[in-house]
Design a protein around this ligand. Structure first.
Ligand SMILES: Cc1cc2nc3c(=O)[nH]c(=O)nc-3n(C[C@H](O)[C@H](O)[C@H](O)COP(=O)(O)OP(=O)(O)OC[C@H]3O[C@@H](n4cnc5c(N)ncnc54)[C@H](O)[C@@H]3O)c2cc1C
Ligand code: SF4
Length: 504
């Protein structure tokens, strides 16, 4: 096993853990990354809808319990790179207003302890690290910013025509910011139809395995253990420091030590790890004097939409390039914020069949060949009762009841009208509702008041001095754009802080 003395242990290698590892690899600190999954092999199955959607080849096999105690298979992945391996790589900065208190139909989305200006330089670094393509000056909700590192991905012919028609409707469509590596170049991204929810067989998607973990593996100071599941964090006699991490690795239970521990297991698993680490000094779970660990779970309200026209075949291969942000800050009547509409990757027949399995595949295939896919995302609000808990047998329970539903219904209604005006005969919708886990966040929130938050504004635990949590758990609110770039930007900010304070 080699050296078991490290300076930093990072648990999890996704958007948060992978990014913080990449940033800290430049220091001389000896870093151990613990990842419960393995590398996703580069293989033809990466792009096979049947392997990915029917046989769930890369999906986590563990079941969670929902709020009524029913088992369900969460839509999540345990592997090097975490869920970033499967993301659509839409890499948005949160809007400036997302950092402020915003009134929604269902209540107030709370302010963050930092403003957009604080995170802006780290967004810029994160966009370079994840090679984001985008265009300034067209998005009506755009934040103050410099140019994108790369030019936008051009819309395919039919999407470009729809963008024109959207403008004729008085809307302001803009290119989605996308993290893709060297599109059009040899070995680069080929703009295929199996990107969102699939791993990239060419390693041309900007994700934490390819952009962060693999480059750090060349460093002598970085060690990665795969198939290494962090079971518990054990504190020292004072209870103010994590002394050891108990790990299940290759069938053995080991204890590893470091003066600094960065937890980054994703919002559900980070909360679960802290709760499982309860001891006599922390009877309600580690870092949980506020009682907030696991609470305030958010995941966005997300509805997949497919505009269908029986006589119009969809020839677009790479479809995920268009955003409509006109209703992000306020609805069409000038009222409360509704959220974002974005075009989605192509649906494949097998994917659609997972919704109603008895309909034959050829029906779905014929259907999706004439469909154009969109996604409507609205913000959900942090509620104490929406929470992650751990059962006595160790299983994760997700008590989640979506809120802000009226805003989301209005957004979906608006989106349907927009699509009808684009000529689609009908619009089919589907949502994961209370089993929504892909944009999970908020369970270990950051803030300035130790009674109202778990972490300080640099994501350090208020209670445990050498413990950071750097993944989507720190979000005090969920905003309504994709979370990944904000996780990565804060991870870079935390890494700078660790270098300036803990490693100096
Ligand atoms: C299909 C899909 C599409 C998406 N598309 C987008 C998109 O286009 N844009 C966007 O911004 N976001 C997107 N997301 C969401 C995005 O992937 C997540 O927000 C992001 O990956 C969360 O980062 P994280 O660091 O919090 O957790 P993760 O990236 O999930 O990383 C957590 C890591 O911790 C590991 N881990 C968990 N528990 C333990 C343990 N006890 N011990 C050791 N390791 C552990 C996991 O295996 C995993 O590698 C998508 C997600 C999915 C599933
Ligand atoms: S080739 Fe490009 S579009 Fe296809 S999966 Fe890879 S990154 Fe995504």
């Amino acid at each position: 096993m080699g050296n078991t003395q490290y300076d930093i242990i990072i648990i999890g290698s996704g958007a948060g853990g992978g990014t913080v590892a990449h940033a800290l690899a430049d220091t001389s600190a000896r870093i151990l990354i613990l990842e419960r999954g393995d590398f996703v092999p580069q293989e033809p199955a990466n792009w096979d809808p049947e392997a990915v959607w029917k046989h769930l080849r890369y999906r986590a096999s563990e079941h969670w319990l929902d709020r009524s105690g029913e088992k369900f298979l969460p839509y999540t992945h345990y592997c090097v790179g975490g869920n970033t391996k499967f993301w659509g790589s839409v890499l948005y900065r949160f809007r400036r207003e997302d950092f402020e208190a915003v009134e929604h139909i269902d209540g107030v989305s709370p302010a963050w302890p930092i403003g957009y200006a604080t995170l802006e330089p780290f967004y810029e670094k994160a966009e370079r690290l994840y090679q984001v393509h985008g265009e300034c000056g067209v998005d009506p909700t755009e934040v103050p910013r410099g140019p994108f590192p790369h030019a936008p991905i051009p819309h395919a012919h039919e999407m470009a025509r729809m963008v024109e028609q959207l403008r004729e409707q008085g809307l302001h469509p803009s290119p989605l910011p996308l993290g893709l590596l060297n599109p059009g170049e040899p070995n680069g991204c080929i703009l295929c139809s199996t990107c969102n929810s699939f791993p990239c067989q060419r390693h041309a998607k900007s994700e934490a395995d390819v952009c962060c973990i693999r480059p750090t593996m060349e460093r002598p100071n970085v060690t990665l253990w795969t198939n290494a599941y962090a079971r518990r964090l054990l504190t020292d006699a004072t209870g103010r420091r994590v002394a050891m991490v108990e790990v299940e690795h290759l069938g053995e239970i080991l204890r590893v030590e470091a003066p600094l521990v960065v937890v980054s297991c994703g919002a559900v698993n980070s909360a679960a790890l802290l709760l499982r680490s309860a001891d006599d000094k922390h009877p309600e779970g580690l870092a949980n004097s506020s009682g907030l660990v696991g609470r305030r779970y958010m995941a966005h309200l997300a509805t997949m939409m497919e505009g269908f026209h029986p006589f119009r075949k969809n020839h677009t291969v790479f479809q995920k390039t268009v955003a409509i942000n006109d209703f992000y800050l306020r609805g069409p009547d000038g009222g409360y914020p509704l959220g974002q509409i974005q075009s989605q990757g192509r649906t494949h027949g097998v994917m659609a069949q997972t919704v109603v399995s008895w309909i034959p595949l050829w029906v779905y295939a014929a259907w999706v060949a004439r469909g154009v896919d969109w996604l409507a995302i609205s913000e959900d609000l942090p509620r104490l009762e929406n929470r992650v808990t751990v059962e006595t047998d160790g299983r994760i329970r997700l008590n989640y009841r979506p809120n802000n539903l009226i805003a989301h219904d209005r957004l979906v209604t608006e989106a349907k009208q927009i699509l009808k005006r684009l000529g689609f005969w009908t619009v089919i919708t589907h949502s994961h509702e209370y089993k929504n886990t892909t944009h999970q966040c908020g369970t270990v929130c950051f803030g300035t008041d130790p009674q109202e938050s778990v972490l300080d504004p640099y994501c350090r635990s208020h209670d445990v001095d050498n413990l950071f949590v750097v993944d989507a758990s720190f979000f005090p609110s969920s905003a309504a754009v994709n979370p990944g770039l904000t996780i990565a930007a804060q991870a870079l900010r935390v890494a700078d802080h660790i270098v300036a304070t803990d490693l100096k």
